[in-house]
Ligand binder design. Structure first.
Ligand code: BTN
Length: 129
């Protein structure tokens, strides 16, 4: 059965692109995220991400993972968590959910500071082993 690998280039349903660097033995990885959309009026810039992939005892090739994007053009932070699946055609797909913490000036605005959503990623090019 084909295993799902995170390393490589991905595009999501919004048209955002990300590149994930090779995952190390602990499951840690770095990468970069180019979002297609922004909640700000700032110019979008490619931003760094840091993540962790599960290497648990029952791992059967469709690992769960999480990563944080530290937006370089915005005061917000996003975290994604998801699972890497291989579909019936052997195509890899990342099913994720995210939380975006926006910046608010005062604690009274905390209630409206966290947004939630869903993204699906497909591989942009073939993963080289
Ligand atoms: C910001 O606007 O403050 C930073 C960019 C946020 C982009 C969000 S993160 C969740 C969602 N998925 C994407 O690919 N882009 C948006």
């Amino acid at each position: 059965v084909k295993k799902c690998a995170l390393t490589g280039r991905w595009v999501n349903d919004l048209g955002s692109n990300m590149t994930i660097e090779p995952v190390n033995a602990n499951g840690d990885f770095a990468g970069s995220y180019h979002t297609a959309v922004t909640a700000t009026t700032n110019e979008i810039k490619v931003s760094p991400l840091q993540g962790s992939m599960q290497k648990g005892p029952n791992q059967k090739g469709q690992p769960t993972f999480g990563f944080t994007v530290n937006w370089s053009f915005s005061d917000t932070t996003s975290v994604f968590t998801g699972q890497c699946f291989v579909d019936d055609d052997g195509k890899e797909i990342l099913k994720t959910m995210w939380l975006l913490r926006s910046y608010v000036d005062k604690i009274e605005d905390d209630w409206k500071a966290t947004w939630v959503g869903y993204n699906v990623f497909e591989r942009l090019d073939m993963h080289m082993e």
